[in-house]
Design a protein around this ligand. Structure first.
Ligand code: HEC
Length: 186
């Protein structure tokens, strides 16, 4: 038997033992796939935790109980001093009532997110984007919206405009006028 043939046989035996008996080479492939899956999961978890994908254009209301409970604590720590512990303010509070339907800077979740993120520095409402992560701002904006209508008898008087959701159907007067216009043109 030539050396080359012996070598081939030796390789074949090694191959068979590894592939089918101990499964060593299979394992390393499966391990690689498992590691890749884990890496993907880690990245997804990081992005979710950092809330890196949430901004004032994409934010939606969260109903996650854990996030809202954490937001309540954040509100107590950072916001209650000016907006009241219940968010409703009082006649002497610095910040406006956040529980009524009137808003200075818009009452949609995107507006509220934006106000918290960038603040209204000239009017005494600071920007919170260096203290709070985007997902924390999302949670606190959602928490504020959950307080709608909860203000008690000592709540601060309304300021700003009565908020109408831009997604709500158009004003009925306009619709009727438009309909009349169409009818006249017919
Ligand atoms: C130092 C006082 C102060 C603190 C602390 C403060 N705010 Fe404000 N906030 C204000 C004032 C004053 C305004 C009104 C700004 C204006 O007149 O345009 C305001 C406005 C707002 C508005 C807009 C209300 C509207 O009618 O459009 C939101 C929402 C808000 N604050 C949320 C928060 C949140 C959330 C926190 C805590 C992370 C916070 N604020 C902390 C003073 C404060």
């Amino acid at each position: 038997m030539g050396v080359a043939l012996l070598g081939t046989i030796a390789w074949g035996v090694l191959y068979l033992v590894n592939m089918h008996v101990t499964g060593t080479w299979n394992d390393s492939k499966e391990e690689y796939i498992a590691e890749m899956e884990q890496a993907k999961a880690d990245v997804a978890a990081f992005v979710a935790k950092a809330g890196a994908s949430v901004d004032e254009n994409t934010v939606t209301v969260t109903t996650d109980a854990g996030a809202l409970a954490a937001a309540k604590e954040t509100f107590t720590t950072y916001c209650a001093a000016c907006h009241g512990a219940d968010g409703a303010g009082s006649e002497t509070s610095v910040g406006p009532n956040l529980t009524d339907a009137y808003w200075l800077h818009g009452g949609g979740v995107k507006d509220i997110f934006k106000t918290i993120k960038y603040g209204v520095p000239a009017k005494g409402m600071i920007s919170w984007k260096s203290q709070l992560k985007p997902n924390e701002i999302q949670a606190i904006a959602s928490y504020i919206l959950s307080l709608q209508g909860s203000g008690g008898p000592t709540q601060k008087a309304a300021q700003g405009e009565l908020w109408k959701d831009a997604a709500a159907p158009a004003d009925s007067t306009v619709t009727m006028a438009d309909t009349a216009q169409v009818a006249m043109n017919d």
